[in-house]
Design a binder for this molecule. Structure first.
Ligand code: SOE
Length: 377
């Protein structure tokens, strides 16, 4: 058997997402013979060397770097995987693309539309593959929902309801972290959670035409690492409305102040012939209602998506009914990137998707200030 070519990965960042990506790279082996490369966990990078080394030791990264510039400049590295806070995405991704590396970047892609555009342009100009990790597009039920909408099963889409609710920041004891700093995170729940739900709406319904909305900060101060209070500059919650280009209406709620919602991502799509709904906490199920007039009193049907070709990659995992989890979405996204590199094919979602999502977030910030509707160009 011929040895597969190595694909050397450099991971920039090592915290929660660093662990999720490290786990996913190791799990790529499920693709067996179809895996086009031998992914090599060459280097992990973090400013805190001891903390990065700990992750390196647990997951099997070969070496640790403290400067992302060194990783990007390393001729051996083929792929740069960015899992750092938002303010570093743009400089790292642009430098990586200029150095000819393929790039996968965590969401939201950037702090602003201008940054996201620069990242997209650098990737296109340098002909590297580029992926923004909107990982929920890799959920079998979400892919199945997309197929049903595209095939016209629920008719023309009239409305999209999306919410992403959590409760992790409610306690006053939660210290000041980078997610509460506008300069580092861009926005709060609107960017962190909103970017996922905006991307899902674009994937499932289409492009946004105009938006309006408001956000709020419930806890304006938190204690910093130095024990002193620091002002919170990112939102705890947001509500917004949208009109899509095809005429559908959108209703959105993002929040970190919804008690009981640990990671509550939900959407419902209503069309002229039926409805579809999904809840991340029931990741393997899709609920579908189709009104064909034949069955009075018909209700939503629950579809299990672990079989029946609901997802292009689901067959690589377990037999039907042996359910998948959140972590599998990261494995799927990385596999899709490897395949695109091997076949010189397109990637999805790519930096253009990240840019379009960012433009919606920028428009929402503008709408909040003007207290009106803002059109997407
Ligand atoms: C925190 O809100 C977070 O970890 C997000 O950053 C992720 O994108 C989301 O998938 C889970 O929650």
């Amino acid at each position: 058997m011929s040895e597969k070519r190595a694909l050397n990965i450099g991971l920039i960042g090592y915290q929660f997402m660093g662990r999720a990506h490290s786990h996913a790279i190791k799990a790529l082996h499920v693709f067996g013979d179809e895996l086009p490369f031998r992914p090599v966990m060459r280097v992990i990078c973090g400013r805190n060397e001891a903390a990065a080394r700990k992750v390196a030791d647990h997951y099997g990264w070969e070496r640790v770097e403290t400067s992302w510039e060194n990783v990007v400049a390393d001729p051996e590295i083929d792929v740069i995987d960015i899992v750092t806070p938002g303010d570093t995405h743009c400089p790292i991704a642009v430098a990586a693309a200029e150095a000819g590396k393929h790039v996968i970047c965590e969401k939201p892609l950037a702090l602003t539309g201008d940054e996201a555009r620069r990242m997209h342009e650098a990737a296109v100009r340098n002909k590297v593959k580029h992926v923004v990790n909107f990982n929920y597009r890799q959920v079998p039920a979400v892919i199945h929902a997309h197929r049903l909408v595209t095939e016209g099963t629920i008719g023309d889409v009239c409305s999209f309801h999306g919410s992403y609710r959590q409760d992790w920041s409610m306690s006053p004891d939660v210290p000041f972290v980078w997610r509460f700093d506008e300069k580092v995170a861009g926005a709060g729940s609107m960017a962190d959670n909103g970017s996922h739900i905006i991307d899902l709406a674009r994937y499932l319904v289409g492009e946004f035409a105009e938006v309006t909305g408001q956000s709020t900060i419930f806890r304006p101060e938190r204690v910093g690492a130095d024990g002193k209070p620091k002002p919170v500059t990112t939102d705890d919650a947001a509500v917004f409305l949208a009109r899509f280009r095809d005429g559908a209406l959108g209703f959105f709620h993002t929040s970190r102040f919804c008690p009981g919602h640990k990671n509550g991502l939900q959407f419902e799509i209503n069309g002229t012939k039926g409805s579809i709904r999904w809840d991340l906490e029931r990741l393997n199920e899709l609920e579908v209602f189709v009104d064909d007039g034949a069955a009075p009193g018909a209700e939503f049907q629950r579809i299990m998506v672990t079989e029946g070709g609901a997802h292009p990659y689901v067959g690589h995992w377990w037999p039907p009914g042996h359910i998948l989890g959140w972590e599998h979405t990261f494995v799927h996204q990385l596999y899709a990137l490897l395949k695109a590199i091997a076949e010189d094919g397109p990637t999805s979602p790519d930096f253009e998707d990240g840019l379009k999502c960012q433009l919606v977030i920028d428009a929402l910030a503008e709408a909040e200030k003007s207290r009106g509707w803002v059109a997407l160009k």
